[in-house]
Design a protein around this ligand. Sequence first.
Ligand code: NAD
Length: 283
Amino acid sequence: MDQGVCSVKIGFIGLGIMGRPMAGHLVKAGHDVTGYDLAPVDFGGAFAASVAEAVRDAEVVITMLPADPQVLAVFPEISAHAPADALYIDFSTITPQTSQQVASQWKRALDAPVSGGEKGAVDGVLSIMVGGAAEDFEAATPIFEAVGRTFKLVGGPGAGQYVKAANQLVVGGTYALVAEAIVMMEAAGVDAKAGLDVLAGGLAASRILEIKRDSMLARDFTPGFRIDLHHKDMGIILDAARGAEVAIPMGALTAQLIASARAQGYGSLDHSALLKVIEGLSR
Ligand code: NAD
């Protein structure tokens, strides 16, 4: 255990692409982590036989689940079996409304969706946007420090999910534009790899260009972050914009391109597979 880090008893539900490395970092930081997923996962801590077993006696309960239905299925188990004063941190990306519903039924709840992708989770450098009470955010700091680098309280319950929606809007749109740049350069017969290297050093630079340009050029769409999950996020984004009574035309277009990727059977590929849709437009 790190010097000065106080060990916390954590129940961690959802040990998938993101949850598994995040739970691993919590173990490495010296916390006592009991995990649960639908199938056994080796993450470095104890694996429980049920949600109930994972959260019993937990000081902090964490979920990292795909979407609203899974959070809504697991939350009643948590509320039935976790200690009433446990801090509940939901790292999943879900609708602000579901986060608010959960917060209305649990005394200490934070919505804390993350950004940074699988690499950010593996490296322990996620960005975390948090909604909830200031004292709960403060209590969660050792947890956020173990899995992330940038974490901010952005408002009350559900606020983290609104910021995550903004994040996914920018990420989806950026993928679409990087895909168009690749298709255009390749069709024009220029060296697309050299071209993207130059783009990554100028005003067009982005984290996506930095870490994804080689795999996109190689047409390696191993997830990462699945198209299915980004499709879910585009629904949250469009709904949030409608609720806020604003127009997001670029977001609406990106949502249609991602819907096309899914309809064409690319749902389980990485979201960089948006390139396949953009390519198909000019074939
Ligand atoms: P994933 O599908 O790899 O992992 C989710 C895990 O939840 C799976 O292992 C699944 O078995 C488990 N699960 C589902 N229902 C369960 C239940 N009832 N009880 C216990 N476990 C259950 O998904 P992921 O990529 O890790 O994403 C998780 C969340 O994080 C999503 O909301 C996603 O939008 C968000 N997210 C993902 C990324 C990424 O790059 N993958 C980045 C940022 C945010």
